[in-house]
Ligand binder design. Structure first.
Ligand SMILES: NC(=O)c1ccc[n+]([C@@H]2O[C@H](COP(=O)([O-])OP(=O)(O)OC[C@H]3O[C@@H](n4cnc5c(N)ncnc54)[C@H](OP(=O)(O)O)[C@@H]3O)[C@@H](O)[C@H]2O)c1
Length: 332
């Protein structure tokens, strides 16, 4: 095994340009740890926010961003039972994935299903678990219902389109340009609209017999969130997933009361950490969905590790469709 490897290191909190590719020394494994030779890592919006010091989890520089990756196990601690060198796996964590090697706890590793390539496995877990947790666990979306997915061309948005489609609901997605709208259609949305359309709420109502959608999935926030509440049905469920627009909306309490809709917070990672039974349920559901190829990611950009700045800039400039993946030299 090599004694050093390359990693994308955030050396300041000034955004993507503060990332440098630096050599790191390997360290011995501790109890319960697995060392993975990473083939590909998936970029997520929080990776960008972390380089700007704007994410809820705020590590001090220098740190290696990256929350998920796929690759091969190259070493396990003596007490690790479920994996051995050579296993193809995917893994998640709070940072460290934008590197040729990653040390993670055994519990954070899962087998890479045959249905997913390394690149797909690298960007499957976060988006898929968010979509499942929001729509199934928090939103209780039903086959006969309708759902509005804002930011539907993004990582979690596109997974949500595919999950909602799998459930059998009627899916309305928003995308800010024609290329994004095409991709959302191909992902399975029944209707696709422009989030900047002045008549967005009216058009959504027209698509739902004047009633409005049963569920809104919102990873965008800002003014679009308030438009979303105007397009929701009486007694609807509004899923607060994230704030990719950079603006946290304030929902008027009188409107929530008048239309009796529910505002529902979504924490796809934290909720299962606090509830072991949910953790088991969520992992089992995701294992089945992964094996069946549901929520197969659409990857618009595959970029080598030494161009991580470019990859983060794609997210910053809102140019990604589906997922952006960082590929290591070892990738296949
Ligand atoms: N609650 C949870 O458990 C959880 C889990 C994972 C992620 N998240 C959150 O979900 C959000 C989306 O994450 P993601 O990985 O899907 O991000 P992403 O791939 O960058 O997608 C975000 C989408 O939001 C839309 N958008 C609107 N205004 C934007 C702006 N000013 N800048 C960038 N995008 C903008 C874009 O679509 P258009 O251009 O078509 O508008 C874009 O496709 C983030 O806030 C993330 O932190 C939450």
């Amino acid at each position: 095994m090599t004694t050093s490897y390359l990693a994308a290191v955030c050396t300041d909190l000034t955004g993507p340009s503060s990332v440098e590719i630096l050599e790191q020394q390997t360290v011995p494994l501790r109890s319960g740890e697995v060392r993975i030779q990473i083939h590909a890592a998936g970029l997520n919006f929080p990776d960008l926010l972390m380089t700007q010091g704007k994410y809820q989890f705020r590590p001090d520089p220098p740190f290696v961003p990256g929350m998920e990756a796929a690759g091969e196990v190259i070493e396990v601690a003596p007490d690790v039972e479920s994996f051995r060198p050579g296993d193809r796996v995917m893994a998640g964590g709070k940072g460290g994935a934008l590197a040729e090697q990653w040390i993670v706890k055994e519990a954070a590793v899962s087998p890479l299903p045959a249905a997913l390539s390394f690149r797909e496995g690298a960007c499957w877990q976060t988006a898929a678990s968010t979509a499942w947790h929001a729509l199934v666990e928090r939103g209780h979306l039903q086959p006969a219902e309708s759902v509005l997915i804002l930011g539907a061309s993004g990582g979690v948005g596109m997974a949500a389109v595919k999950m909602a489609r799998h459930i059998g609901a009627t899916v309305i997605g928003t995308g800010s340009n024609e290329e994004k709208r095409d991709a959302i259609r191909q992902a399975g949305a029944d209707h696709v609209l422009d989030p900047a359309d002045k008549d967005l709420a009216a058009k959504i109502k027209a698509l739902t017999d004047g009633k409005g959608v049963d569920v809104v999935f919102d990873p965008v926030g800002g003014d679009l969130a308030l438009t979303g509440t105007r397009a929701i049905v009486w007694n609807g469920r509004y899923l607060i997933v994230g704030f990719a627009s950079g603006a946290i909306p304030s929902f008027p309490a009188n409107h929530v009361m008048i239309k009796t809709y529910s505002l529902i917070g979504v924490r796809a990672g934290e909720s299962p950490r606090r509830d072991p039974e949910l953790a088991r349920r969520q992992s089992a559901a995701l294992r089945e969905l992964a094996a069946a190829g549901v929520m197969q990611p659409y990857i618009s950009h595959s970029i080598p590790l030494n161009e991580t700045i470019k990859a983060l800039t794609v997210l910053e400039q809102r140019k990604a469709i589906g997922r952006v993946v960082i590929e290591m030299k070892t990738s296949s």
